[in-house]
Write a protein that binds this ligand. Structure first.
Ligand code: NAD
Ligand code: DAU
Length: 349
């Protein structure tokens, strides 16, 4: 495979995947296709934007004709599909765009691949990035989501991702398209949009603003360092079994409130504040509607079959992450002020 389309490459996880592939595989051409919604930020890719094997194309994955054109123009033989609406709270307020982008956008991309590859799938791959949220919610009973867990999505976001996963598998079953689906747990690390828990709270602590904890803060998430997710995608893209599904997770469960206390401790330490100074910012607020209680991924299949394991201990990863946000204040301020959207608006109308 040589010409790889990565969709959503200007977002959080996509930018790490683009960076890894551009740097590690100079022999590949990486075409980053992103609509630059509010979540897309080309400043996430400043360090690789001039590399000769990298090309950015501003485009909407829902635009089937344009996707077909891009497949032909760049002779695409591999797709790593990350473009999506990704924030659960936004999906509760405005579900329609989630169905449009996540379901219809994925379908348009699948159809563009099918028409362009004309049934000749050897050497081609459509790799769809999904989430553990499609499996629903676990209790506090020590069980995990495996690749065989039935789908049971609860939010408009997870319902839209579940639908897109089904379409990908349908293209494999019906047309024989070479596909892989992976379902990953919560990612953390640099370049995450500050509407999500970790960057939002780091920025609020720095500014002495309240930290809105939903409900009692008892919900559990399984956190994985984003670079480890990108490493998993690399391994699965190259060695994953066609038509198969892999779960990706860090065996790293935290209740929200415990995680928030770690973030507070780390930010206070790095800013030179007295220990525990920012604990008083914790503010319990109305719970998220339909808030899934617990996610926990069993990623043993990936470890056993393909040898992938997380490389970073959580304590190390969270300290690196907090340091990154504190040291890259300009990146954060450009987002919170809205400046980042102006950067490329002339170049990419
Ligand atoms: P993100 O919101 O940070 O980035 C999404 C990117 O998609 C943005 O750059 C945006 O501009 C682009 N995009 C949105 N609509 C588009 C469209 N119609 N056409 C082209 N581009 C479009 O998301 P993220 O957190 O990086 O998540 C990436 C993928 O990984 C998503 O599919 C998400 O469901 C999945 N995922 C995320 C996590 C997580 O913890 N963040 C965990 C598991 C899976
Ligand atoms: O599990 C994978 C999913 O993780 C991805 O598929 C999603 O794209 C990604 O956004 C993430 O979803 P979550 O809803 O788990 O992430 P978020 O950062 O929004 O919230 C994490 C937890 O923190 C969740 O239980 C809700 C809670 N929370 C979140 C925010 C933003 C709060 O208590 N307060 C907040 O202000």
């Amino acid at each position: 495979m040589k010409n790889i389309m990565i969709t959503g490459g200007a977002g959080f996880i996509g930018s790490h995947v683009v960076r890894l592939f551009v740097n590690k595989y100079p022999e590949y051409n990486i075409i980053n296709v992103d609509k630059l919604t509010y979540a897309g930020n080309l400043c996430n890719l400043l360090d690789i934007e001039n590399k000769s094997n990298y090309k950015f194309v501003k485009a909407d994955i829902c635009d089937l004709d344009n996707m077909i054109t891009l497949f032909k123009e760049y002779s695409i033989d591999g797709v790593i599909h990350l473009a999506a609406e990704s924030h659960v709270d936004r999906s509760i307020k405005d579900p329609l765009i989630f169905a449009q982008t996540n379901v219809m956008g994925t379908l348009a991309l699948l159809q563009a691949a099918k028409l362009s590859w004309e049934g000749n799938f050897p050497g081609k791959l459509f790799y769809h990035i999904s989430t553990d949220e499609v499996y629903g919610s676990l209790g506090f009973d020590g069980t995990f989501f495996t690749e065989d867990t039935s789908y049971d999505p609860h939010s408009p976001y997870s319902a839209s991702k579940a639908a897109s996963d089904h379409f990908v598998r349908a293209y494999n079953d019906t047309y024989g398209m070479a596909t892989v689906v992976t379902n990953c747990s919560n990612n953390y690390g640099p370049y995450q949009f500050p509407e999500k828990l970790i960057p939002l709270f780091i920025n609020n602590i720095r500014q002495g603003k309240p930290l809105p904890v939903y409900g009692k803060g008892e919900n559990v998430r399984d956190w994985l360092y984003v670079v480890d997710h990108a490493r998993a995608i690399d391994v699965i893209f190259h060695k994953g079994r066609i038509g198969d599904t892999y779960n990706i997770g860090g065996f790293n469960e935290w209740t929200n409130i415990d995680l928030i206390k770690v973030i507070i401790k780390t930010v206070d330490k790095l800013l030179g504040n007295p220990e525990g100074e920012s604990l008083n910012l914790i503010t319990y607020v109305t719970d998220r509607a339909g808030h899934d209680l617990r996610y926990a991924i069993d990623s043993n299949k990936l470890k056993t079959e393909l040898g992938w394991e997380p490389s970073l201990q959580f304590e190390e990863g969270i300290e690196e992450t907090v340091s990154w946000y504190l040291e890259n204040q300009e990146w954060m301020d450009n987002i919170t002020s809205g400046e980042y959207e102006k950067y490329y608006s002339e170049m990419y109308k």
